[in-house]
Design a protein. Structure first.
Length: 161
């Protein structure tokens, strides 16, 4: 090996020593693995997969959540299903989500999922929530009262356009 190549190689490896890769967090890696499993399961089921499969998977995932998020997840599921029956429940990165024509419109993220201080109701770019040049697409949830439930129902209906 030429002295120049050896110098380049040693300089390169010296910079990598002692540095920790700061890529995905543990929680993000888990979510990615869950998404891969969801895609594999969908491929195995093929076109015969129905709403019942998604419904069961979403309810099972909600059932795994700690309280009070489990209760909140069940209530959100009921609100979304009642407000937008056209949306199909499915798992998306290990989170309960609701899709139209296979594209996720909204999802519920447990605070525990990414170690945050509140749960989140989020909307994808497929949701028709546009208001001018800027609008919210995620909402922090600490609890659900009748006011929040009514607002969520209206947002879900608006998201479908």
């Amino acid at each position: 090996m030429s002295p120049k190549k050896e110098t380049q190689k040693s300089a390169k490896s010296a910079t990598a020593i002692g540095k920790k890769f700061k890529g995905l967090t543990h929680e993000e890696r888990v979510a990615m693995k869950e998404r891969i499993q969801e895609l594999k399961a969908a491929a195995r089921r093929g076109p015969r997969a129905g709403k019942a499969d998604g419904e069961n998977a979403v309810l099972a995932k909600i059932g795994e959540m700690p309280e009070p998020e489990r209760t909140m997840g069940k209530r959100l599921h009921a609100i979304i299903r009642a407000s937008a029956p056209a949306l199909s429940p499915k798992l998306w990165y290990g989170m309960p989500a609701y899709a139209k024509d296979g594209k996720v419109v909204c999802f519920f993220q447990s605070a525990r999922k990414f170690n945050t201080r509140y749960a989140t109701l989020g909307f994808s770019d497929k949701a028709n929530l546009d208001e001018g040049a800027m609008w919210p697409v995620a909402f922090a949830l600490k609890e659900l009262t009748a006011t929040e439930e009514a607002r969520i129902g209206a947002l879900v209906q608006k998201a479908l356009g």
